[in-house]
Design a protein around this ligand. Structure first.
Ligand SMILES: [Zn+2]
Length: 177
């Protein structure tokens, strides 16, 4: 899972066997054929060297996205050369992966406005304006009939949607009584 919202450009290594078949993402099984002295700072243990460091679980990309790759094309080139040298039956290439994430609020506070069948746009504006019940909105409108239209972005279209849902909510309340 991505740690922050936004778009990430990640360079990854792919391979295929004997120049045939589908390209698949390369990982530990092929990376492990590179001699340990080129992968680790120690003899057979310890921190990975660059570019293995960047492709490993302690690299930024794995930490932020859960993907084995690098943000740097230069690092990807070094990785490609090293892995290709030690896996002669495979051909390798670098691909650029674009992934993005946008975090949005969910309607999980269970107030009347969250439970109503409003569009995200209308729900968000009412909720951000602090309304939690239809009664609150009714009393605000009784004070000032343009109250909703003063919420930024809450135009005639939003008002019509709200009025229709409010009417349904009112009708359900009455039939429940
Ligand atoms: Zn709510």
């Amino acid at each position: 899972m991505l740690r922050h919202d936004g778009t990430y450009k990640i360079y990854r290594i792919q391979h295929r066997y004997r120049k045939r078949g589908d390209w698949t993402f390369s990982g530990d099984s092929l990376f492990a054929n590179v001699p340990p002295r080129l992968r680790f700072t120690g003899r057979t243990y310890g921190e990975h060297r660059s570019p293995f460091l960047e492709f490993g679980a302690s690299g930024d990309v794995w930490q932020q996205t859960g993907i084995h790759g690098t943000y740097s094309y230069g690092v990807a080139r070094r990785m490609l050369e090293l892995v290709a040298q030690h896996n002669e039956k495979h051909s390798f290439r670098i691909v650029l992966i674009l992934i993005s994430q946008e975090t949005r609020l969910t309607r999980d506070c269970h107030c009347e406005i969250c439970r109503a069948e409003l569009s995200i746009r209308v729900w968000k504006r009412l909720h951000e304006a602090g309304y939690r019940t239809f009664a609150e909105i009714r009393s605000a409108l009784a004070q000032d009939h343009r109250a909703l239209l003063k919420i930024p972005g809450f135009g005639r279209k939003s008002f019509n949607e709200f009025a229709e849902v409010a009417y349904q909510v009112e009708k359900e309340k009455q039939s429940a009584n």
